[in-house]
Design a protein around this ligand. Structure first.
Ligand code: SF4
Length: 349
């Protein structure tokens, strides 16, 4: 079955349900795939005879695995759509289905070519939906006279060349060998992340619109200015709330407690708040907080939260606000990392 152009691999899902003899299955879908959710559930029911329950809560990333829901409904299997494998549940098997999208690589490269024509060596990156096309894209670029490199997977990403909002390892692995990056995917968040993580120019090639254009440097500058402004504003705050998300791949309680201790050592007041969903309703009523440090997903701080007009920092930004780290040490490195072990570790030294 396909929702628009997404390959939902229903036969593979059904095979896994049968293989595990799963009587009850919980299916997680990101927002973009939900318009086809009822049809998918019906199809899986008809193919397997199993009970298929859709999760209606968030499905932001592979980190957002619905373990609690699966327990609550007694699911024998979680099928998580739209993201690459990241976590396994202790009790319930998990099948990740990436919902890949095909496109005409030659035609997209024709669009990108005017923007990369001066680059001898091009680094290739993509979101998981298009990762299977990277070799074909590389071939098209080689035919056009470029060298094309795909960085090795590492960190949280499982595919060579793949980027996540919290992990640009595959791009960083090749940054000294490339003149710039061709990013295959939609949106501007990952291209900005790529630029920050590598310091190299980025051309965005969008397989949904079959268009390509360079990332505007001003977007990166704007992001830097916004982050600096948030850090500066947080320096003047005296009461902080440190946010911990219970989503399985975001839970960073030790880092949050370490940040709390560091804030207190610096004469600030800090309280840890634990929750599942980090949003305006959940945070808005904590009106005493003058600033937030969120340890969950770096995108929350970078994108901001609607109606919360107070600084929201990542843990590492909080270290900059406290004067324990310089901005220059952070920018251009792992700005987006979701691992904050270094904060706990450094405290213990
Ligand atoms: S932590 Fe954020 S960026 Fe990383 S996988 Fe989860 S939702 Fe995506």
């Amino acid at each position: 079955m396909r929702v628009q152009m997404y390959d939902l691999e229903t036969e593979r899902a059904a095979d896994e349900i049968r293989r595990l003899n799963a009587k009850r299955v919980l299916v997680q879908l990101p927002d973009g795939l939900r318009p086809g959710g009822l049809t998918l559930a019906k199809e899986l029911r008809e193919l397997t005879g199993s009970e298929v329950i859709l999760s209606g809560d968030s499905c932001y990333g592979a980190c957002d695995l619905a373990l609690t829901q699966a327990d609550a409904v007694g699911a024998d299997l979680i099928i998580h759509y739209g993201h690459s494998p990241m976590l396994q549940a202790p009790g319930t098997p998990v099948l990740y289905i990436e919902a890949r999208v095909d496109f005409d690589a030659e035609a997209l490269i024709a669009q990108a070519q005017p923007h990369v024509k001066d680059w001898a060596t091009i680094g290739l990156t993509a979101t998981v939906q298009h990762i299977h096309k990277l070799e074909e894209v590389a071939e098209s670029l080689r035919k056009a006279g470029h060298d094309a490199i795909i960085g090795t997977a590492g960190g949280r990403v499982v595919h060579d060349g793949q980027v996540l909002g919290c992990d640009y390892t595959s791009a960083q692995n090749i940054k000294d060998s490339v003149d710039g990056y061709l990013y295959i995917g939609a949106g501007v968040f990952h291209p900005i992340g790529l630029s920050i993580a590598t310091g190299r120019p980025v051309v965005k090639a969008n397989p949904y619109t079959m268009t390509a254009e360079p990332l505007d440097d001003r977007e990166v500058t704007r992001t830097a200015m916004k982050r600096m402004a948030a850090i500066e504003a947080a320096k003047g705050a005296t009461r902080f709330a440190v946010i911990v998300s219970l989503k399985p791949g975001q839970l960073q309680l030790e880092a949050a407690l370490a940040i709390q201790r560091r804030l207190e050592k610096a004469g600030k007041e800090a309280t840890v708040i634990v929750l599942d969903e980090v949003g305006p309703i959940q945070l808005g009523n904590f009106t005493e907080a003058e600033a937030f440090v969120e340890t969950a997903c770096p995108r929350i701080a970078l994108d901001g939260i609607a109606d919360i007009h107070k600084p929201i920092l990542t843990p590492t930004e909080a270290l900059v606000a406290l004067g324990e780290m310089r901005w220059e040490e952070l920018w251009g490195r792992n700005y987006f990392s979701v691992s904050h072990d270094h904060i706990v570790y450094n405290e213990e030294m």
